[in-house]
Design a protein around this ligand. Structure first.
Ligand code: NAD
Length: 538
């Protein structure tokens, strides 16, 4: 469960230690010399899975290999040069201690060129190899040492969230993001022959990742994008640079150990808005995936390219008079305080039916909610966390309830997980996506009013909503009216991404562009392959 939340910030490595950290993590992961040769390694040869076999008997194979040799010989690498390897000697570090290599490039142009070459090579890998590469990415991040280190680094560098919950989120991404099994094939046969409809890669995908889930998104997107046959260029949030670069390097080294083409997952040494813009406008990037706020979602949708926009949410939770109130209270406090309310799916406001509101508040107080009733304290809190533009103050995003209360002169222990206040619906705590464990409660006369208000404050994001009720008609009514990608009934919000609920995980929930829960097939195109008047065997 997501209860005990240790404090942030145990020792994390300085930037100069990133390469040493990777080396030690890989040593722990035990990559053997045999494994380094890769799954498709042929004894006595130096062939990787992506180097085309040259067969005397197979003219098609031969044509493909000749074409590839011509292609690779002229694009980026001379045929006589050795294949790129992530096991090349560690390059010299720059003044800030970061070393390029392992998928990290000095410029966006170089990163994209490398990813393009990698993707062309990847086209000729078998599905079995693809599957192993995806499993390899899972393995890297399921190593307990790695999980803890990247979770600590993310909390430390962004100054947001808590380590225990980031471990849960990173593990979830590695375990439950769908792989190649997601790419199902449709077949139709008849007198006209055989038609296959298959999921095929886009090519190079540009992925922009948020500061709130920096490594979770890289893990989840890498698994899905590579499973679908693409290469991925990441543009991380500048505030999460080091941990994002570490994630990319770990993936590259593992893929190299498995014999994959080099640079299937790349990024730049200094992520910035300029670099993100360069990536979005680069002609070789065929698809853009933005996981972040409304600005970046709008930016990718304005490029004229195929874009997936996974934007902001403001998830309401409705509680009616038929709910199990004690359980609802516990679920809401757990969901709202998960990673200090950073997840876009986390409960952001409670809408409760008058009849049970007092009891619900009392139950939440027993579960670690600190009730604020004094209007002057609420005003102080508002002055602290709301910025001049009426949005969340960045320095308060992802901070704990105890930290925020301390800033307004109220000392509480870590048992306090959520700050609770009964407020009118117009209050910015209700209307804005704060991403802090501040939970406004709005009291309404009936469940129908609660549903209407939930739809209103969700702002048409079509992101996430929760409802606690045993009235199936009202549950159905809310599901139909709110139209969110995720709708959790009688559970905490995180059940919607697979923590304690059934189903696969995703950290890119695309309401604005309509893909909804993204997985490997979201990063692929449907292509039709038609064999006329043959291969039907009925
Ligand atoms: P953000 O929008 O500030 O940044 C997201 C990414 O976009 C970062 O990499 C940032 O550098 C880049 N970016 C932002 N504006 C840009 C611009 N004008 N030009 C170029 N690049 C730009 O968001 P954040 O604070 O990192 O993350 C929190 C937001 O993301 C919240 O709104 C949250 O709901 C949303 N989010 C959504 C999902 C989802 O799946 N729908 C998942 C996680 C976070």
């Amino acid at each position: 469960t997501a209860s005990a939340a240790p404090k942030n910030g145990s020792a994390t490595p300085a930037p100069a230690d990133v390469d040493d950290l990777i080396a030690s993590i890989l040593a722990n992961a035990g990559s053997t010399p045999a494994a380094r040769k890769g799954p498709d390694y042929v004894p006595g040869s130096k062939r990787c899975c992506w180097q085309p076999a040259r067969s005397e008997d197979d003219p098609v194979d031969d044509i493909v290999s000749q074409a590839l040799i011509r292609e690779l010989g002229t694009k980026g690498r001379q045929a006589s040069q050795p294949m790129p390897s992530a096991f090349a000697p560690t390059p010299v570090r720059d003044a800030e201690g970061m070393a390029p290599g392992d998928g990290v490039f000095a410029t966006m142009d170089e990163a994209i060129a490398a990813a393009e070459l990698a993707q062309r090579q990847y086209l000729f890998c078998s599905m079995a190899a693809r599957k192993r590469f995806v499993e390899g990415i899972r393995e890297v991040f399921l190593d307990e040492t790695t999980l803890r280190r990247i979770s600590e680094m993310a909390a430390e560098q962004t100054g947001m969230g808590n380590v225990a919950h980031k471990i849960i989120k990173n593990r979830l991404a590695a375990e439950k993001a769908p792989g190649v099994e997601d790419l199902t094939t449709d077949a139709e046969t008849g007198d006209g022959g055989l038609t296959l409809v298959e999921y095929s890669p886009f090519g190079v995908i540009g992925a922009i990742t948020p500061t709130t889930n920096p490594t979770e998104t890289i893990i989840c997107n890498s698994i899905g994008m590579l499973a679908a046959g693409n290469s991925a260029v990441f543009s991380p949030h500048p505030r999460a640079t080091e941990v994002s670069l570490l994630a990319v390097k770990l993936i590259n080294r593992k893929l190299a150990a498995l014999g994959a083409p080099a640079n299937l997952v790349v990024t730049v040494q200094k992520p910035s808005i300029d670099n993100t813009n360069a990536m979005m406008n680069h002609p070789k990037v065929r698809m853009l995936v933005a996981t972040g706020g409304p600005g970046i979602v709008k930016a990718v949708m304005s490029t004229g390219k195929k874009a997936i926009g996974a934007g902001a949410g403001n998830p309401p939770v409705v509680v009616d008079e038929t709910a199990d109130i004690e359980k609802a209270a516990q679920d809401i406090v757990n969901g709202c305080s998960f990673d200090n309310n950073l997840p876009c799916i986390a409960e952001k406001e409670v809408i409760a039916v008058d009849q049970i509101t007092d009891y619900l508040i009392a139950c939440m107080q027993k579960c670690g909610a600190y009730l604020v009733t004094d209007p002057t304290v609420i005003a102080k809190l508002e002055a602290l966390v709301i910025n001049d533009k009426g949005g969340p103050q960045t320095s308060c995003v992802g901070k704990s309830a105890a930290y925020l209360l301390d800033k307004i002169g109220i000392r509480v222990g870590d048992e306090v997980k959520v700050i609770l206040a009964e407020l009118p619906k117009e209050h910015p705590f209700v209307q804005e996506e704060l991403m802090m464990p501040i939970l406004p409660v709005v009291r309404v006369p009936s469940v129908d009013d609660a549903i209407d208000l939930a739809v209103e404050v969700e702002h048409g994001n079509r992101h996430t909503a929760m409802m606690h009720s045993t009235n199936v008609r009202k549950l159905t009514k809310m599901a139909k009216l709110i139209q969110t990608t995720i709708f959790v009934k009688n559970g905490p919000s995180y059940a919607g991404i697979g923590v304690g609920g059934e189903g696969f995980a995703t950290f890119t929930i695309a309401g604005p562009t309509g893909e909804g829960l993204t997985s490997a097939k979201s990063f692929a195109r449907k292509r039709k392959c038609v064999m006329v008047e043959a291969l039907n065997v009925r």
